[in-house]
Design a protein around this ligand. Structure first.
Ligand code: 5GP
Length: 203
């Protein structure tokens, strides 16, 4: 019997470096992880590829996905929809592979309701001034959007208490080590090991 994969939710304020940390985790080679590509209605940024970074959708297409219950969670974030297609997540977990969701807090809370077995990790910035600089340096957002993203960041930090783990992104290397350590211990949890052994008898 294959152990079910772990659902790993990585959140943290916009600009904290979730993408960079996740990419570093994916390239470490010790463990294999799958990535849940989200659907969004926001405009593509330079260098982003449809079906790789996001599935870019129109508002109508996204609302159809909601209606057809194709999303595990979704939210409106700074004027756009973002959501996680459920099918890929289910299939990946059933195949025994771990999957990462890189999503904001409102969505993460919906996932927690539906999949309480998930591991909820919150990436924190070393400090807020640095976070603002990172959001501005990205240079792709107009300034009202920068302000909104900063406000969101403060709001999101207040919701950290609902997560299982907080990892400070002081350096990417440190953050990666900590996230991998969390995943390793979650895999060693007796409850998970027993669950995977007990499953065939129940079926
Ligand atoms: P960005 O526009 O910078 O790519 O993403 C904005 C925020 O939306 C980030 O915090 C990102 O993690 C989050 N996000 C990306 N995909 C999803 C998703 O599928 N669901 C939710 N709830 N948030 C998402």
């Amino acid at each position: 019997m294959t152990e079910k994969g772990l659902l790993i939710v990585l959140s943290g304020p916009s600009g904290v470096g979730k993408g960079t940390v996740r990419e570093a985790i994916f390239s470490q080679g010790e463990r294999e992880f799958m990535y849940s590509i989200s659907a969004t209605t926001r405009n593509k940024r330079v260098g982003e590829v449809d079906g790789v970074d996001y599935f870019f959708k129109t508002k109508e297409e996204f609302e159809q996905m909601i209606e057809k219950r194709e999303l595990l969670e979704y939210t409106e974030y700074v004027g756009n929809y973002y959501g996680t297609p459920i099918d890929y997540v289910q299939k990946t977990l059933d195949s025994g592979k771990d999957i990462f969701l890189e999503i904001e807090v409102q969505g993460a809370m919906q996932v927690k309701e539906r999949m309480p077995d998930g591991i909820f990790i919150f990436l924190t910035p070393p400090d807020m001034t640095e976070l603002e600089a990172r959001i501005q340096n990205r240079g792709t957002d107009e300034s009202p959007a920068i302000r909104q993203r900063m406000e969101k960041a403060v709001e999101e930090l207040n919701l950290m208490r609902y997560y299982d783990y907080a990892v400070e992104n002081d350096t990417v290397e440190n953050a990666v080590k900590k996230v991998l350590a969390i995943i390793q211990s979650e895999h060693l949890k007796v409850s998970r090991i027993l669950e995977s052994k007990e499953k065939p008898e129940k079926e």
